[in-house]
Design a protein around this ligand. Structure first.
Ligand code: IPE
Ligand code: IPE
Ligand code: MG
Length: 253
């Protein structure tokens, strides 16, 4: 496979998709939830290590109650339907976000699937639910300070305190629905992500478009600040270190 190991998706455009069809927004969510299983299966098939799906943001709590409650119900329905497949496909499932305010039975179901899949070694499947990137960073900093008062924090400390460190940095972020913004998603992990915005609304998103995007982005040159993509990340860091120490010694080159 390519260098794309972690794909994160902002599954957007459900409401507008429904409105265009003279249906309530909720209909868009129902149809959109049907697409999720296909994309999870395709992620596995193309050999991704991690797939993170943005399903409900901290900001989405401000939507009308019936919409919020539909989104919770769809999460529960998805888990009931997919639990067996998650387990039989060796998928490691986790929800990231502040889920304490979700209905109790949904929280229990989430914990159940997380626990049962905790030893899986295949795809890291993450649902970002009641999730905010800023909240995740603040939570990590507070956790660190509590355990290490007065100690300076490093980048790797912060990375390791994210909700799901094993998912790693995001290589590719896809947003459906036509808007070009990141809406408080994985702010820390997306520092060097490739971004791809498609006008396709989430309910119309397909496995073939997903695979085409991955293929297309795999051909982009990812330079990580260096002059050529030929240098790997380690090599890039090594070169930076040697340049820095040369100048620190007063080099005038
Ligand atoms: C994305 O679709 C799903 C969630 C945010 C939960 P939207 O509901 O945001 O759909 P649009 O953007 O209004 O079309
Ligand atoms: C982002 O979509 C959150 C999810 C897709 C879950 P929104 O539709 O809520 O984002 P904004 O408000 O348009 O930025
Ligand atoms: Mg939206």
């Amino acid at each position: 496979m390519s260098t794309i190991k972690h794909v994160a998706i902002i599954m957007d455009g459900n409401g507008r998709w429904a409105k265009k069809r003279f249906r309530p927004r909720i209909w868009g969510h129902v149809r959109g939830s049907g697409v999720v299983s296909d994309i999870v299966e395709a992620a596995d098939e193309v050999g991704l290590k991690s797939l993170t799906l943005y399903a409900f943001s901290t900001e989405n709590w401000s939507r009308p109650l019936d919409e919020v409650s539909t989104l919770f119900k769809l999460l529960k329905k998805f888990l009931m339907k997919e639990k067996a497949r998650i387990l039989s496909n060796n998928i490691k499932f986790k929800v990231i976000g502040e889920i304490a305010n979700l209905p109790k039975d949904t929280i229990n179901l989430i914990r159940d699937v997380e626990n049962l899949s905790s030893n899986a070694t295949g795809l890291n499947l993450t649902f970002a639910f009641s999730y905010g990137g800023r909240a995740e960073i603040v939570r990590a900093i507070n956790n660190f300070n509590e355990k290490n008062p007065g100690t300076a924090m490093t980048e790797s400390d912060l990375s390791s305190l994210m909700y799901r460190p094993e998912a790693g940095d995001v290589d590719l972020m896809i947003r459906t629905g036509g808007d070009q913004r990141i809406s408080n998603f994985l702010l820390w992990q997306m520092a060097y992500a490739e971004l791809f915005f498609t006008p396709t609304a989430w309910p119309d998103f397909s496995v073939s478009e997903f695979k085409k995007i991955i293929e297309h982005v795999s051909n982009r040159e990812r330079r990580f600040g260096n002059v050529s993509a030929q240098s790997g990340l380690d090599e890039t860091a090594e070169q930076a270190q040697s340049n820095k120490s040369l100048f620190a010694k007063g080099a005038n080159v």
